[in-house]
Design a protein around this ligand. Structure first.
Ligand SMILES: NCc1[nH]cc(CCC(=O)O)c1CC(=O)O
Length: 293
């Protein structure tokens, strides 16, 4: 085993905390190995003023780390699984999935308030969240809000927003769960595929048995079903298609959200299948929902 392990991550505070979770898990098991974080700015982080759609989508947040992994400047990269594109390069597979943090989305009210007023303005750039919020808060309007978690909370304080929606996972990892106003159930607001799970990416053909204790089989199974559902239906990174799976014993329960660009309607459905056949379950639910359109 190597004497030093370098873990790459984006520079945001949340990304560093997430990489640190993985670093500590490895360090705890292998105290004699040096485990280091290497942070880097990604194209997606540099161009915050343009919409993700214009600049080329999710992949932008991972490209620089992919390159560093290929070059051997880092040995692992830690990502929020939900930010990873459907197509992951074959040479850079996900070699472990973390235990899942709270997968739910939450609503944060403007500081000093405890509700969204009639006709209020919700800050979100996510079509998935906007679509489901229109059902929950039909009188509200929606405006884009971008940046990392801290920036969005700052915009909520200073700009004309009555609320914003974030992932509970990110807030909890940042120790900022006190800002949470309302927690949405995964049925009310189907989370993004992979939400709350950290993906640890490595190089093909290398031995990553040292990650065994940092990895969750449960997350791997849930992620397989969720990501297959999205991959089977997805038109692109800004599509509102969403999925959430829960392992219950030997069974996986998968909830999928399917959106039709033609009709502007969406459907949420749940289906169960064998725990070790997550991909088949994701594909089956996707096929079923597409036919229902
Ligand atoms: N889109 C940004 C992003 N990517 C990952 C998280 C944190 C939650 C997670 O790990 O799934 C967030 C913040 C958010 O959506 O509120």
């Amino acid at each position: 085993m190597q004497s030093i392990i370098r873990i790459g991550s984006r520079e945001s505070r949340l990304a560093v905390i997430q990489a640190e979770i993985v670093r500590q898990a490895i360090q705890k098991r292998y105290p004699d190995i040096q485990v280091e974080l290497v942070t880097m700015k990604t194209t997606g982080d540099k161009i915050l003023n343009k919409s993700l759609e214009l600049i080329g989508g999710k992949g932008l947040f991972v490209k620089e780390l992919d390159r560093a992994l290929l070059d051997g400047r880092i040995d692992l990269a830690v990502h929020s699984l939900k930010d990873m594109p459907a197509e992951i390069p074959e040479e850079l597979p996900v070699v472990a999935y973390s235990v899942r943090e709270d997968p739910r989305d939450v609503l944060i009210y403007k500081p000093g308030t405890a509700e969204i007023p009639e006709g209020g303005v919700i800050g979100t750039s996510s079509r998935r969240r906007t679509l489901q919020m229109q059902t929950l808060y039909p009188s509200c309007s929606f405006q884009g809000i971008r940046g990392n978690v801290e920036t969005r909370l700052q915009k909520l304080r200073e700009e004309n927003f009555d609320g914003t929606i974030l992932a509970a996972a990110g807030l909890r990892r940042l120790g900022m769960q006190h800002v949470i106003g309302r927690v949405f159930s995964v049925e009310e607001m189907v989370p993004a595929a992979g939400q709350g799970i950290l993906a640890i990416q490595g190089r093909k053909g290398e031995d990553y048995t040292y990650l065994a204790e940092a990895a969750s089989e449960r997350s791997r199974k849930e992620a397989a079903a969720e990501r297959e559902f999205v991959a089977a239906l997805d038109a692109g990174c800004t599509s509102p298609i969403a999925a959430h799976a829960q392992l219950c014993g030997t069974e996986l329960k998968l909830t999928g959200l399917y959106y039709s660009e033609d009709s502007g309607k969406y459907w949420v459905e749940t289906r169960a299948g064998a725990a070790d056949r997550g991909r088949q379950l994701g594909a089956a639910l996707a096929g079923e929902m597409r036919r229902r359109e």
